[in-house]
Design a protein around this ligand. Structure first.
Ligand code: SF4
Length: 370
């Protein structure tokens, strides 16, 4: 089947799987297809920060209604939400992340094909995991597990659903890897009670959008086998931040929206990531004129931080990656040694889809800029 046709089929299938609720709204399935990681799980698609910003814009009546809804969902959830919002405001990290891909896609309109719809809740049934086909479980485990949190992040009021997902995954033998900016997620779920949760990446950055350095380091020190630090690199100068020596996984920002460029972010292409891998990457080509003098220092940092081994997305698909979110074969403890991926036709096909998606997105963004 041609790639475009198959992609259209996937989008259509996802649409058909939406389940009407009593309010007439539709709930999407918690488990969705993901072109890079194969599948991912989200218990909603509105991240906590988006929720904080939206709450702040509401009038008093709307705020009251929202808080009532939270309490109806889980008693005490409203107070918990207010406490977390206050804490986030104090820490200065309650606004949407400046580099958010979900927002970037959604801002292009709900019909933009990568714009995951906004869902306050998604639909999960234990059978989604318990009845998962063995070959799918094997493929996911071979890339370090199914990814938890792709379009949103942890909200304490969703604890029961996450616990159910992790318990079902343990029964099914499905590994789970999570990416989060919420310390409470690690504090709640990284323990012997949830053995399916094999790896958590706590996400930091130099822009002030991510988890605080202190929390990230504390959590990594408390759980060195399971918690790894992931950094979003928005421009090469980030690599000179002394904290980077603690980082296990580097994600190079990619996107070309005009406003992000204006903020001084660099668009790192797949070619750039792969060049980091074979050490032919020239920092000077990615630095603006005023920062050219930093190029030798940055080249040294690339070497010293082992970016050829610690960069996410080299090869553009998790199946081609040895790093495996910090749990793979990169000089760190290897949890996937016996699970070397065979490049089945399916995975090659997935990679084709990713190329198609990336190319189309790039064309749309470039079109927008012209
Ligand atoms: S580090 Fe590797 S396995 Fe983890 S998300 Fe990136 S490409 Fe996938």
């Amino acid at each position: 089947m041609p790639v475009k046709k198959f992609l259209n089929y996937l989008i259509e299938a996802d649409f058909k799987n939406n389940i009407p609720t009593s309010g007439g709204a539709k709930k999407a399935s918690a488990i969705g297809n993901n072109s890079k990681t194969i599948k991912s799980i989200d218990v909603d698609t509105v991240c906590p920060r988006k929720e904080y910003v939206e709450f702040d814009c509401k009038d008093d009546k709307e705020k009251k209604l929202f808080l009532q809804r939270l309490d109806a969902e889980k008693p005490g959830a409203a107070q918990e939400f207010l406490d977390n919002l206050e804490k986030a405001k104090k820490q200065g990290n309650w606004k949407e992340c400046s580099y958010c891909y979900v927002k970037g896609a959604r801002d292009k309109g709900e019909h933009f094909f990568l714009a995951k719809k906004r869902h306050e809740d998604t639909q999960y049934a234990s059978s989604n995991i318990l009845n998962m086909r063995q070959n799918v479980v094997d493929k996911l485990n071979a890339v370090g597990g199914i990814r938890l949190f792709s379009h949103s992040d942890y909200k304490p009021r969703k604890k029961a659903m996450i616990a159910q997902i992790l318990n079902d995954a343990a029964k099914r033998g499905l590994d789970v890897k999570a990416i989060t900016k919420v310390p409470q997620f690690v504090e709640t779920f990284v323990n012997d009670q949830y053995p399916a949760l094999k790896l958590v990446n706590v996400s930091i950055d130099t822009t002030g959008d991510g988890m605080s350095y202190e929390d990230a380091l504390r959590l990594k020190n408390e759980h060195p086998d399971k918690v790894k630090i992931r950094a979003v690199i928005t421009n090469l100068k980030d690599l000179l931040d002394p904290f980077m020596k603690n980082v296990d996984v580097f994600t190079f920002y990619h996107g070309s929206a005009k406003k992000l460029k204006a903020m001084g972010y660099t668009n790192f292409t797949g070619k750039d990531r792969d060049a980091l891998g074979d050490k032919t990457f020239a920092s000077s080509e990615k630095l603006p004129p005023q920062d050219q003098a930093l190029a030798p220092e940055i080249d040294q940092a690339i070497d010293k931080l082992h970016l050829n081994k610690k960069t996410c997305c080299i090869g553009s698909h998790c199946s081609k990656c040895n790093l495996k979110c910090g749990g793979g074969n990169c000089g760190l403890p290897d949890i996937t040694e016996s699970k070397i991926v065979k490049f089945s036709d399916f995975l090659e096909f997935e990679t084709d889809i990713e190329s198609y998606v990336c190319e189309t997105w790039k064309q749309q963004l470039e079109g927008e800029e012209e």
